[in-house]
Write a protein that binds this ligand. Sequence first.
Ligand code: ADP
Ligand code: ASP
Ligand code: MG
Length: 421
Amino acid sequence: MKFGGTSMAGSERIRRVANIVRRQQAAGHEVAVVVSAMAGETDRLVGFCREANPLYDPAEYDVVVASGEQVTAGLLALTLQALGCKARSWLGWQLPIHTDNVHAKARIEGIDAQALLTSMAAGEIAVIPGFQGLSDHGRITTLGRGGSDTSAVAVAAGIGADRCDIYTDVDGVYTTDPRIVAKARKLKYVTYEEMLELASVGSKVLQTRSVSLAMKEGVRVQVLSSFIDDDATPADEIPGTLIVSDEELARLTENVDMERQLITGIAADKNEAKIILTRVPDRPGAVATIFGPLAGANINVDMIIQNVGRDKGETDVTFTVPSADLLRAQTLLEAQKEAIGYNRIITDGKVAKISVVGVGMKSHAGVAATMFRAMADRGINIQAISTSEIKVSVLIDEDETELAVRVLHSAYGMDAEGEAA
Ligand code: ADP
Ligand code: ASP
Ligand code: MG
């Protein structure tokens, strides 16, 4: 079971969480619980790091931001004990959860689950702070924002859990963020592939890496709400959204008469920033000198456009990076100005990426055309485009995000009543 930041925000909510956990144990399950920091806490800690040093050392950043989860893990163990349950916390370095050395976005390499299994078999509820791990240099690492989902899936895989229930503040995965589009529909099932693509383009209901890990390890993941009454449908009856393989989906929906939607979902991501380098020499190796140093600094570049060369053998190169990395990227590129040979660097943090996702695209033409037409009709300007086999993304002005998502949700006929499958 994993509980997110909103579910853990304050003693009252932690008591509700403890009750949900206790009920699962009473239903006969052995339970491991992964928790997030209280909502807003990680942002607050990141703020302190920025104030201390804008170009902070990621290793020390990890020491600071991992602390939020330590607090909630201890508090949940205490609250469970107050309810008469046996419980104890297991910090990332105690298990340990082994990660690589890439601070602030570390990858889990393995979990020593034996001690956990022994304690769980003895009836003790294991409470594990999400988001944190231990590098092979013996230092605390964190897994990137939203990383507790990945911790939960990794623990589930490590102990061979039947299911990984991700409790949050919405009761499942919807066709788009239900906080933006009131007419969003709850999905009963989503395949790993679809969820992976949705998460990677901004449906932050699950961290992308948690989905790829679940897919790789075959962990069945359910997204469901922690804001429930005592008489709510039990988690074992799958009241939320189940994320499963294509094969399991086929099995589950065998007797259900349904046509899979062409589009599974729409996502928005405001956490990207645009960088334009003007008048880059139009010759072999030019883009390599731009993107090499960014890769070396672990900055992920997403959309890339290289315009058709201007006269005099020059071209403009436009691309996006995570907003959190914009300052570092800019500093790096400015240091490389001579080597790259560009004229000006222009940055814009006020952009959003809107994406439509669906496996149906593989076999249907016209998905992108519908998108561009719908946006044009509302006067929304498209600054960049990228596509994959099951996704089309466009970059627009951040102020138009909500409008664009609503317009597209209607344009693909997703506003209808009832539940989709
Ligand atoms: P937690 O703190 O529990 O990890 P998050 O804020 O990370 O919660 O994720 C839950 C939020 O994800 C919801 O409140 C919702 O606004 C947002 N969200 C974005 N896209 C979707 C979607 N397609 N379906 C459901 N929720 C979504
Ligand atoms: N607390 C961390 C964050 O806010 C990890 C998580 O909640 O998943 O990013
Ligand atoms: Mg989250």
